[in-house]
Design a binder for this molecule. Structure first.
Ligand SMILES: Nc1ncnc2c1ncn2[C@@H]1O[C@H](COP(=O)(O)OP(=O)(O)OP(=O)(O)O)[C@@H](O)[C@H]1O
Length: 275
């Protein structure tokens, strides 16, 4: 097994709860992502975030992105562990927020201008276009890009204007097998760009996401000592999996290993029983 050690926290959820009109949707969620170092692997963290439909994944994502404030609890992001503010976290949702009347290049420039001075914004945009193999499409409008190109553009756009943490909502849905491989490559590319880059992937594609992840969070309901269902979904300690510890953190061909496949089956059972 590859050795590893922990450095500073890069994402901390501290007792996060959310209620809507008296209904508890999320209850006391505490979870942390630490910058894990593996020798010769300069890699950021990938968190796979699972949960049955309607349990509150989107709500928690919006809280982590600073777009809504939880009823109680805090979210701290980055190496400085500052409380999250809107815009600090990249959020790639299924309906990508590209401006249809601007070219791909201009879309990225608008995002970069939120963080950089004009000249640096241009340099960063060029670098991302190159890195995400989008340079030849820079003059195209979003409507003229393929689904995969739009996906790459949306990830580049969010990386350009956020500080290291990026949330991807269902990045594999509706893509063909080749495109899924391409998006996987992009995610790995994002994490190898900077050791502090953290990607949270919300997905129902357990196999693909687990292969990329070094940590998993499973949202589900818990029962009290007498077996009664507690209100609100949470991420209990036993449903926070540390794949580095299990020897299953992303590495070449992890998906071909029997141990990996056994774990994915076990996870699916856990998810079935979690609601
Ligand atoms: N603004 C709101 N007001 C009231 N209830 C809300 C609001 N937003 C979300 N909810 C409720 O919170 C619960 C969780 O919704 P959420 O969209 O986070 O689920 P999800 O896990 O992302 O589901 P899916 O996998 O189907 O997308 C649902 O019961 C939903 O009705």
């Amino acid at each position: 097994m590859t050795p590893y050690f922990y450095k500073a926290p890069v994402l901390t959820l501290d007792n996060v709860s959310m209620e809507y009109g008296g209904e508890t949707v999320l209850r006391d969620i505490s979870a942390q992502v630490l910058d894990v170092c593996r020798p010769n692997m300069n890699q950021g963290q990938v968190v796979g975030f699972y949960g049955r439909s309607g349990l509150g994944k989107s709500v928690l994502c919006r809280i982590m992105a600073g777009l809504i404030t939880p009823t109680s609890g805090t979210v701290k992001v980055g190496i400085e562990q500052e409380e999250v503010t809107p815009g600090a976290v990249g959020f790639v949702q299924q309906q990508y927020p590209l401006f249809n009347h601007r070219t791909l290049q201009d879309n990225l420039l608008v995002a970069a201008a939120r963080k950089y001075e004009p000249e640096e914004a241009k340099r960063q945009t060029d670098a991302y276009l190159e890195r995400f193999q989008l340079s030849q499409h820079r003059k195209k409008y979003p409507a003229h890009l393929s689904g995969g190109q739009r996906q790459r553009a949306a990830i580049a756009q969010q990386l350009l204007c956020s500080d290291h943490l990026i949330l991807l909502d269902e990045p594999f849905s509706g893509l063909d097998i080749a495109m899924i491989d391409e998006v996987k490559k992009i995610i790995l590319e994002v994490t190898t760009m900077d050791e502090l880059n953290t990607v949270v992937i919300v997905s129902h594609d357990i196999q693909t996401t687990t292969a990329l992840a070094d940590r998993l969070w499973l949202l589900g309901y818990e029962r009290d000592a007498s077996g009664r269902l507690l209100p609100g979904a949470t991420i209990s300690a036993q449903h926070q999996y540390n794949l580095a510890e299990m020897g299953l953190a992303w590495h070449e061909n992890v998906e071909a290993e029997p141990e990996f496949n056994r774990f994915v089956e076990l996870l699916k059972d856990e998810i079935r029983q979690s609601a």
